[in-house]
Design a protein. Structure first.
Lengths: 130, 170
């Protein structure tokens, strides 16, 4: 089982290669979109590089469950409903949702996608699969 | 204008790798504007050549299903310029493939000299309401025949690569 540091290094490499950013820009708190300039196609690229680098399978929507935002049952007036937040907690146990849940606007949703979130996700996957 | 930026496949291993060549000729119209008196093959057309070869490598392995388009070029590094008389050798490796997309790495060489290093990311846009087929399986098959894939191709098990039998209505 790889160490946390090894996991971080591989994720850093994946993000540098996928997003064309410098290594020192990839900090644990960096937000993929706001800080590292990720666009929609980049998320699939990142998923590919993680799958290859760690030898894991990442089902569509598991790491970046953006499809939840297009579900009318979970979103109303630009915010996630309580059911939507509950669903998000279920789907993203690896993300820190507490702050977001206080005011769960769709606009702030991409801010959940941080380097640290990816690390926790990968750790949960390699722990399960090793 | 015909939009072929590779001339022929020299090697083709289904689902793994391929080698294709492009001969740069002074007769190509675009070289007279790029640049007047100093013809240089545009780097973007080298990317296009690698994308065409890579797209065929991906499309063939998906058994002509899906609709892979070049979605992103994560890396494109060029070390010198290609000029008329050069034979560009493109080596493609299929790094990763899923139903959502494919990652292909590529190099371009002139003889032993490394001209370019690339990564190409293809996305499958087959699914969803807005999906539109860019070309049919039959067109892809025609392109592969024209470029000699079946003269040199090997299937995943090492046997000779044979063209699929496509229904007439495709």
């Amino acid at each position: 089982m790889p160490s946390t540091e090894e996991i971080y290094d591989k994720i850093q490499t994946a993000l540098v290669d996928a997003l064309g950013v410098d290594e020192d820009e990839v900090t644990p708190d960096a937000k993929l979109q706001e800080d590292l300039g990720a666009e929609s196609i980049d998320f699939l690229d990142i998923v590919f590089r993680l799958e290859k680098s760690f030898g894991i399978k990442i089902p569509r929507g598991e790491l970046f469950p953006e499809s939840l935002l297009t579900d009318a049952a979970f979103v109303q007036n630009g915010k996630l409903t309580p059911d939507g937040v509950a669903e998000l907690r279920k789907r993203m146990p690896f993300a820190d949702l507490d702050e977001f849940a206080e005011n769960p606007t769709v606009q702030d949703f991409p801010n959940l996608f941080t380097v640290n979130m990816i690390c926790k996700y990968v750790e949960s996957k390699v722990n399960v699969e090793s | 204008m015909r939009w072929y930026w590779i001339d022929r496949f020299q090697e083709f291993e289904s689902g793994r790798r391929a080698r294709a060549v492009k001969n740069v000729s002074l007769s190509e119209d675009h070289l007279h504007d790029h640049f007047p008196g100093r013809p240089v093959m545009p780097a973007s057309l080298i990317v296009e050549g690698c994308a065409q070869a890579g797209g065929i490598l991906v499309g063939e392995h998906l058994a002509f299903q899906g609709n892979m388009i070049l979605a992103k070029v994560p890396k494109a590094t060029f070390h010198f310029e290609a000029v008329p008389g050069d034979t560009l050798t493109y080596d493609l490796t299929l790094e990763h493939l899923s139903r959502d997309g494919a990652l292909v790495s590529a190099t371009c060489r002139v003889g032993d000299r490394l001209l370019a290093e690339l990564e190409l990311f293809f996305a499958n846009v087959m699914e969803g309401d807005r999906a539109r087929r860019l070309f049919t399986p039959r067109e892809l098959l025609g392109m592969m025949r024209l470029l000699g894939v079946y003269n040199v191709g090997r299937a995943a098990d090492g046997t000779r690569l044979l063209p699929p039998k496509l229904p007439l209505d495709e």
